[in-house]
Every structure is written in structure tokens, then in C-alpha cells.
Design a protein around this ligand. Sequence first.
Ligand code: GLY
Ligand code: MN
Ligand code: MN
Length: 438
Amino acid sequence: MSTAPYLQRRQRLMAQLGSGIVILPTARHAVRNADTHYPYRPDSSFYYLTGFDEPDAVLVLLPASSQSILFCRSKDLEREIWDGYRHGPDGARAQFGFDQAYPLSELDLRLPGWLANQPCVHYSLGRDADWDRRVLGWIDAVRGQLRTGVSVPPCISDVALPVAEMRLFKDAHDLNRLREAGQISAAAHVRAMQATRPGRMEYEIEAELLHTFVSHGARSPAYESIVAGGANACVLHYVSNRDRLRDGDLLLIDAGCELDGYAGDITRTFPVNGRFSGEQRAVYDIVLAAQLAAIDAIQPGVPWNTPADAALAVLVQGLIDLGLLSGSVAGNIESEAYRQFYMHRIGHWLGLDVHDVGLYKLDGQWRSLMPGMVTTVEPGLYIRPAANVPERFAGIGIRIEDDVLVTDTGPEVLTADAPKHPDAIEALMASAQTGAHA
Ligand code: GLY
Ligand code: MN
Ligand code: MN
């Protein structure tokens, strides 16, 4: 593992902050039930700045002296026999490029001294009550020493904000991982299309996705996979994935892998039997046109909402053309009548978190897209049965989602390997079915 990206990020953050003390604990190892835990995943910002993936660790930065310090678990032969290797402070310092490293048990001993005379504590209050108590306790311990001439830090400032701004602009390491996460996620969607047949269960297709993720070293999905046959696609966060797939229905899959902490996030919608019906194709073509219009609009300097507006105009015109809305495009946008069929946003920043950090507005205005930002583009139409919906459209739910990097020369689609043109999907599924019979 190269420590360089993490070291550079810590140096950039410290240069930006200039003074004070950063305290950033990693995530806890969450209990699943009884004495069984969920697979461990570090806090995204902690991992972004350290590359260190053991639980029970705290990053401390002293910007004025450019010192990076890690507190982590001690070496412990008995625990390592049962649970596996631990770096220990000495190993962590050597392998991860910290200036100092100490056992976690020394936090209370060392932190009050380092907090004395600091102009600011850069710490995210309110995320973890136990850590809040610890940090406030260290500040109070400084207060207890006032008569020795020390001063108490007069402010606590949320370190999440500057780190979020850094994470929003992807560096070379981020992009390398995001591209690979996009490719693996796309390969999983291809495998799912090839495996889908009427009569199979949604969870069988979920298993195909997981097979591709894990066999490429992406040991977990980035979020719960949505494998939604037929009208289940109209439930936006459908994750039960236990219905049987029916001939004539569509299958909506929203799934992406997590690779080294980085998320892929792809949605594809395709026919269970490999051929779109006329109605399905009509709705699909609208969603695809909306998605392509939004991706085209992803240019440097363009406000965040411009791609969203481009997609919305296409969706609303399409709904009018289908007879599902009446009146003008502008009128339906003004009245929000389209929300019956399209009720979510166009997308979100993507990175170590699937809904990644980073502000969408600055000073109340949508911020401009800039090279290095990565966003999803995911328009959809969800046509639930209703009095104003002809039966032939009822139960059709379609979303198409890609991950897009803003570059100087326009959009780079990181997930382009997953086919989305209906002819390409039908051709892929037909060749998979022929292959199965050969
Ligand atoms: N899969 C989560 C999302 O698309 O936002
Ligand atoms: Mn998404
Ligand atoms: Mn998604």
C-alpha cells in the first residue's frame, strides 16, 4: 500500500487549517447480534486521511507543527491469535507514515496537554455521544489547569466541513479507485442481465451481482442492492428482493460495489424475458433521453441544477407525449404535477460514501460543477396504478443511473461498460439465452 495519497491529504488539510488540533476517531465496530459483528468499515473521512482500516483508532493532527499522530490498538498476541493481525502503534507509524503513534489507552494521558493553548479544536460534535464526552472532558481537564497559565480552546469547529470540500474534488487515487469500482459494478450488471430469466428469484440475481463484486475484490456492496421485478421497481428503496421474476415484466437493478471504500452506483432496467414491450420501450426511451440530456449538460462551470433541469424537461415532455400529463412542459414543472411519476433528485456526489460529502449550494446558490467532481445521474419514471394512468403503463418503473466525472473536456462516464441502449441490452440478453441453449 502506498502511503503517499494519505500523507498528501493530511498535509493539505493541515496547511489549510494552519493551527489548532484535529481529533478524528474512526467508526465503531457495530454489533450485529449477540457477540457477532457487522463486517468492519472505517469512517470514510478517517480512512481518506489515513488508509488505516482497524477499528479503535483516532487521528490527531497538529497543523502548526505539521504532526500526524495515530492512536490505535496495541499489539496483543492473544487477541491476534483469535481475531487476526494488528499493526500496533509502532507498525502503524512505520507503515502509514505517521510522525507519532500511541496505544489508544494513552488518549486521556496525552490529549489534555495537546489541547492546552490551542486556538481551536477541529472535531465533529454530535456524531458520537461517547466521543463527544471524551473530547469535552479533555477540554475540561485543560480548564482545571488554568492557574498554571494555560488557556482553554475557545472554539470547536467541525472538521467534517474542510474534509468534505477536499473529498468533493477527487485526487488521482480517488479516481483510480472510483473508475475500478465503476467497472466492477458495470460487470456485475452485465452478469445480471445475462442471468435473468422468467421464473428466477430476485435474490438469485442479487447473488450474481455479489459474485462479481466479491470475485473482483470488492467484498461488499456500497449499499443494499435493489433487485426489483415488475411493480416492485415503483418502490424506490425496495430491498427485500424475494419475489419471483415474471415473463413480460421489467427488472430494475440499483447496485454498486464498494472497492477499497469507494462506491459504484449503477441502475439498469431491462426486460426479464430479454425483449421490451412497446409500452416499456416507450417509457424507457424517455428516461434514457433524459439521462443523456443530463449527462451532456455536465460541463465545468455549469451550476449543479442545470443537468437536473435538462433531464426534467425531457421527462415532462415525454409524460405529456404518453398522455400521462396534460398541459405544457412549463406548467407541469411549475405545478410539480410530474412528481406523481418522478419524485427524487437527479443524483448526488459519489466517492467514499455513496451519497458523498460536499455542499450542493454555496451562499444559497447551486455551486458550479468543476473538474474532479463525481456525481451520479439517475432520472427515473415510476408509474403506479392510479385513476389517471392507463392500465398498460401501470406498474412500469424505470431508472437509469451512471457515475460521471466532470473533466475539463466534459463528462466522463465511469460506468459506461453497463449497456443501457435498449438494442444493446436486447442483444446482450439474446446472446446469453442462445449461449445457454447451445
Ligand atoms: N443507490 C442509492 C442511490 O442511487 O442513491
Ligand atoms: Mn445514486
Ligand atoms: Mn443507485
